[in-house]
Design a protein around this ligand. Structure first.
Ligand SMILES: Cc1cc2nc3c(=O)[nH]c(=O)nc-3n(C[C@H](O)[C@H](O)[C@H](O)COP(=O)(O)OP(=O)(O)OC[C@H]3O[C@@H](n4cnc5c(N)ncnc54)[C@H](O)[C@@H]3O)c2cc1C
Length: 399
């Protein structure tokens, strides 16, 4: 007889660990399964989380983020107050934006430990290799093949979610646009610890951007996400980043004495939210649900918020037969609009920023007024934009 669970959560990232923690605290028999041998290792992340007030500004309808985004201080390695968007020719657009740079490995472990302390059983080094429609899971694990049955399965298994594939086409993004990403953790970086920098350009990070995120103590995450449909197929991913580190006019002087301490490659799902994220016995959360801001690749806040919504809806379902599709309704209300706006922004950028010179001109013309709202998953007021762009273009012609 297999061990029966109320809930089996596949994937112990922030989304899955949040869901598992809520359900275990409510007394449900919960399993949290991850293929890694150590939670959060290696970390695939720039580790940037907007502050509570920024989260409120970005997702004003998600009140739960006021609580979930309040990261205990011991996990915060640095705080930044400004963001710079930098064009291929080095034009800098700067605005205030508060972030906490967190130690994601420790934070992911903390979330999973909270679930464990509440009674959740954790299966590490265990890869889910199949799921039947009745939630029978086959695992390949350190102790050989294992089987688990559960009333509800939560797919928190990241951008290449196996659980979403077992649910069918409507549960995967129609135009799954995965962005390969690389992150170097570097020491000896001579950067301003107050400033996050994002560099744009077809020769820098085609279809994405390169980041320098200061972790404090001369450490920084230096990485990028690109899109293969836009990049030069003959250039290796690593070469884009190495070229940037060695040659970028602004970055190279900051990185000339820096050393790569560790590196990871991973995927960011930037195709927008998956159309349907619940069935009668399964739910998708976090990257598996496409819950990433497509325009900047950030997915921690929506992983935490979606994980929390899933936990509460599953509890209500098991206690009071509330249908699981309440989950879809709630996340769409709390952050669906913002994720769709971020996707529109990415599509506009794809069509406009087709070369480095065009990207540079667009960024100069657009300036802070246009670019800052885009980073905050908002479209700028069109009238404002059109009129100001017209005035700028007019002045440029006259001068
Ligand atoms: C290079 C990079 C930099 C990023 N930087 C930022 C940033 O600075 N800020 C930000 O907000 N977001 C960032 N993101 C995005 C962010 O990391 C993700 O959105 C977030 O981790 C999503 O959390 P999750 O719990 O859904 O998935 P994940 O954190 O990916 O966790 C999924 C888990 O599922 C496990 N798993 C997968 N398949 C199976 C299986 N079959 N069986 C068992 N276990 C399985 C994996 O081992 C993993 O632990 C970045 C992403 C990348 C790749």
């Amino acid at each position: 007889m297999n061990t029966p669970y109320d809930i089996a959560v596949v994937g112990a990232g922030p989304a899955g660990a949040t869901t598992a923690g809520i359900l275990a605290r409510k007394g449900f028999k919960t399993a949290l399964i991850d293929r890694r041998s150590k939670i959060g290792v290696p970390i695939h992340c720039g580790e940037l989380l907007p502050t509570i007030s920024e989260l409120y500004d970005i997702f004003p309808r998600s009140k739960r983020l006021q609580h979930l985004g309040n990261i205990p201080k011991i996990f915060v390695t640095n705080k930044t107050t400004r963001t710079q968007l930098i064009s291929p020719q080095g034009h800098v657009v700067e605005f205030k934006f508060g972030t906490n740079i967190i130690d994601r490995t420790k934070y992911d472990q903390y979330l999973a430990n909270q679930a464990f302390d509440a009674g959740c059983e954790i299966y590490l080094k265990s890869t889910v290799i199949s799921r039947t429609t009745s939630n029978h899971l086959e695992l390949r694990s350190k102790n050989g093949p294992t089987q688990i049955d559960a009333k509800i399965v939560v797919g928190a298994d990241g951008p290449n979610s196996l659980i979403s594939k077992t649910l069918g086409n409507s549960y995967t993004s129609p135009d799954r646009n995965l962005s390969p990403a690389i992150n170097f953790i570097m020491s000896g970086v001579e950067c301003d610890d107050n400033v996050v920098q994002m560099f744009f350009g077809k020769n820098i990070a085609p279809g994405g951007y390169t980041w320098i995120i200061p972790k404090g103590d001369s450490m920084a995450n230096v990485g990028f996400g690109i899109r293969r449909c836009i990049s030069n197929p003959e250039t290796s991913l690593l070469n884009y980043l190495k070229h940037f580190i060695a040659k970028n006019k602004i970055a190279a002087p900051m990185l000339k004495r820096a050393k790569v301490e560790s590196r990871v490659g991973a995927i960011i799902p930037v195709a927008g939210p998956v159309p349907i994220t619940s069935s009668d016995n399964a739910i998708l959360v976090g990257d598996a649900a496409g819950h990433v801001m497509a325009s900047n690749g950030g997915g921690i806040p929506t992983a935490l918020a979606g994980g929390s919504i899933a936990g509460h809806v599953i509890a209500a379902h098991l206690h009071r037969q509330v249908p699981l599709n309440a989950y879809d309704r709630i996340w769409k209300y709390e952050f669906g609009k913002e994720l769709n706006t971020a996707l529109s922004t990415l599509r506009i950028a794809d069509s406009v920023m087709t070369s480095d010179s065009l990207t540079h001109v667009c960024m100069r013309l657009a300036g802070k007024q246009f670019l800052e709202p885009l980073i905050r998953c908002r479209l700028p007021a069109p009238v404002d934009f059109v009129s100001k762009t017209f005035v700028r273009a007019f002045n440029a012609t006259v001068n």
